[in-house]
Ligand binder design. Structure first.
Ligand code: AMP
Ligand code: MN
Ligand code: MN
Length: 323
């Protein structure tokens, strides 16, 4: 895909991603926004996302995001959904539905494409890497665009650690750092650095985690009361599930935080054996083989039971087909 050809002639262009945007979603949406503003100077380009975490303020254009989802545009000529399918767009979904032309760029294996034009590559490290690919005319790419895309790539690859990292990811990253920004500082400030409170919650979640299924599974949870005590939001819980996944012997890690009475946002991580995307899709969510999520109803114990039944079934099936 050459994104310029797809939006050529459009007077109004909207961009959005998924609810509770992560680094990839923010990097992809804002990187694309900065690029299209340069490539299509006469177009009105707008990006709509829920308010990004403060750590992303190093990305240029972050303050120009319509975090209230308000716009004077009634019907966008083109609306682009990045890092998501339309069901997970939250308030932006209505603009997507009302647009004259829709484009979907994503890397979730659970997304079959919801746009008039789709560029879905499940093997890609991140949507940000795909966004860099569709910027065919690289003459518009500048240091700020490079920075946004780079942030997206490092977040979805765990700083080039996860198995979704490929030679093309490194090639893109090599080109991006050549624009000259302090990548080391960006990695520290947006990915590794945690506030004192974030570390306290992480500590608590690890301390209260429960190992089960002969050590193949681990689960932990943070309830509303605890989040209130620490004055913590969803941003403060990012990364906890990865620590759980790192426990030796664990095939599948579950982390959930309470979003409402009998409602939890669940994150699933696998070390490759279990396909957690399939499990998340079964419960109305989605994601990738090794990282997926869903919002689930019930008590912590009900949800854990329901998930472990699916994990157990997959592990048994793997065992059965091995012999
Ligand atoms: P999380 O555990 O929320 O960090 O998400 C892990 C991966 O699954 C990310 O790539 C998310 O974009 C994806 N994901 C999480 N929740 C959902 C959902 N409800 N629908 C589709 N994909 C999801
Ligand atoms: Mn994402
Ligand atoms: Mn992503």
């Amino acid at each position: 895909m050459n994104i310029y050809d797809e939006v050529k002639g459009a007077v109004t262009i909207g961009i959005s991603g998924h609810i509770r945007p992560d680094g990839d979603c923010i990097g992809a949406a804002v990187g694309l926004y900065l690029y299209l503003k340069k490539a299509c100077p006469s177009a009105d380009v707008q990006v709509m996302l829920e308010k990004p975490a403060d750590v992303f303020s190093c990305i240029k254009g972050i303050s120009e995001i319509h975090t209230d989802f308000k716009t004077a545009v009634e019907c966008f000529d083109v609306f682009i959904a990045v890092d998501t399918s339309k069901e997970r767009m939250g308030e932006a979904e209505k603009y997507f539905d009302g647009a004259k032309k829709t484009i979907n760029i994503d890397h979730h294996v659970s997304n079959s494409g919801c746009g008039d034009v789709n560029y879905i590559v499940p093997e890609a490290s991140s949507t940000s890497e795909l966004i860099y690919q569709v910027m065919e005319d690289k003459s518009f790419v500048d240091v700020e665009i490079a920075k946004a895309i780079y942030v997206g790539i490092i977040h979805d690859t765990g700083v080039f650690q996860y198995s979704n990292t490929s030679p093309s990811t490194f090639k893109a990253a090599a080109e991006l750092i050549a624009y000259g920004f302090d990548f080391s500082k960006i990695i520290d400030e947006t990915f590794y650095e945690k506030t004192y409170v974030q570390n306290q919650i992480l500590g608590r979640a690890l301390l209260e985690s429960i190992l089960f299924m002969d050590g193949k599974c681990v689960v932990s949870m943070v309830d509303k009361k605890t989040m209130g005590f620490y004055q913590a939001g969803p941003h403060d819980l990012e990364g906890i599930v990865n620590h759980l996944r790192n426990i030796k012997g664990v095939e599948c890690a579950i982390f959930m935080y309470q979003t409402d009475t009998l409602e939890y946002k669940v994150s699933l991580r696998s070390n490759g054996l279990v396909d957690v995307s399939k499990i998340a899709v079964f419960f109305g969510g989605g994601g990738h083989v090794r990282a997926a999520g869903a919002t689930m109803q019930g008590t912590f114990h009900d949800i854990t039971n329901n998930l472990s039944a699916r994990i157990d079934a997959q592990l048994k099936e793997i065992e059965r087909t091995k012999v």
